[in-house]
Design a protein around this ligand. Structure first.
Ligand code: SAM
Ligand code: SF4
Length: 331
């Protein structure tokens, strides 16, 4: 293996989040504006280029790749990329390819995704109420996501539910989401809303600290802390009464940057070393104009430039930490 990716703070980078599109068939209120301006398709890396970049990371020791977006499954021919990356599992240092999706397209794709070697997917689901789902996603249908989850489970994919905790959006049904997820055999992770991109709302009106959510759960269930970190920022508990796991991702109330092991590539080939900072390295130019050697040098530059931490602020009236939305960077 070539030189491993280690940043200036000694953190080993072994996890790449690969955004394949900024487009989506939903418009979640915390993620994007009602009428987002999407990038021209001509600016996107081709699937072949995405594979080349992924290979450069794998050579440098990346063992996990998550395909994300936007909604990754709305990109045309996305299965080709999933199959290409799936084929690298085991034969290279790549150990796992995962997917984060809103599940609407899974009835079409779940079987092929499982056949490509993907074992686990994250599905975003913020409510089990159809009207609320329509409101929070600005026009989505809950049944589409539930059908997708069912198709994925039938295909043998292990599913983790991701839920963004929203003060005025779903705060009153988070325990219900836990019960539902565990009844269906899925773990669930809650995420604090992050102030990335202008989505047309003050983040202070959306932000719900997960410390309050946990306190509420402790009134209902016995929560036993688990040591599992699964290489990510979530802290897990097991709910004694249901047997299932609940994760908490707390970028605001409990910073976890010291253990950060990831970088994010946008669909246009820009590598962001931190979700909440603007520094980036242009891998598209490196790839197109310089080839593999230039790509390697660009990765070295990225390691030198990876910041120590984000500085998110969700106080009333605070500006977004960065102008780009989560769908742009790849959540
Ligand atoms: N469309 C796919 C989905 O929704 O799962 C993948 C992309 S989406 C940007 C990835 C994750 O980011 C989702 O779980 C979503 O809930 C989360 N997300 C989006 N905007 C966020 C924000 N401002 N703060 C926290 N999480 C956010
Ligand atoms: Fe689309 Fe995912 Fe963003 Fe919702 S969170 S708008 S599903 S990209």
């Amino acid at each position: 293996m070539a030189t491993p990716l280690i940043d200036a703070f000694g953190r080993s980078i072994t996890y790449l989040r690969l955004s394949v599109t900024d487009r989506c068939d939903l418009r979640c209120v915390y993620c994007m504006k009602a009428r987002p301006e999407f990038l021209p398709k001509s600016e996107l890396l081709t699937l072949e280029e995405l594979t080349h970049v992924a290979d450069a990371f794998i050579r440098r020791g990346v063992s996990k790749i998550r395909i994300t977006g936007g909604e990754p499954l709305v990109r045309r021919d996305i299965l080709t990329l999933i199959e290409n990356l799936g084929a690298r599992i085991g034969s290279t240092g790549l150990e796992e390819v995962c997917l984060t999706t809103n599940a609407t397209q899974l009835p079409r794709f779940a079987k092929q995704i499982a056949a490509a070697g993907i074992k686990r997917i994250n599905v975003s689901l913020d409510t089990l109420d159809p009207d609320r789902f329509d409101r929070l996603t600005r026009g989505g249908r809950l049944s589409d996501t539930l059908d997708g989850i069912e198709a994925a489970a039938a295909a043998g994919l292990k599913i983790k539910i991701n839920t963004v905790a929203l003060k005025s959006g779903n705060a009153d049904e988070l325990d219900h989401l836990v019960s539902w997820s565990h009844r269906h055999g899925h773990d669930i992770t809650f995420i604090e809303v992050m102030p990335v991109g202008d989505v047309g709302f003050d983040r202070a009106d959306q932000f719900l600290p997960l410390s309050a959510v946990r306190e509420r759960f402790e009134q209902i269930w016995t929560l036993n802390d688990l040591p599992d970190r699964t290489g990510g920022p979530a802290r897990y508990v097991r709910v004694e009464e249901t047997g299932g796991r609940v994760g908490f991702i707390t970028p605001l109330t409990e910073n976890f940057c010291a253990g950060c092991n990831r970088v994010r590539l946008t669909c246009t080939g820009q590598l962001y070393m931190c979700l909440g900072q603007s520094g980036r390295v242009d891998l598209r130019t490196a790839l197109r104009e310089g080839g593999p050697e230039a790509l390697d040098q660009a990765l070295d530059e990225a390691m030198r430039a990876k910041p120590e931490a984000h500085d998110f602020d969700v106080s009333p009236g605070a500006a977004p930490a960065v102008p780009r939305t989560m769908a742009h960077t790849g959540g």
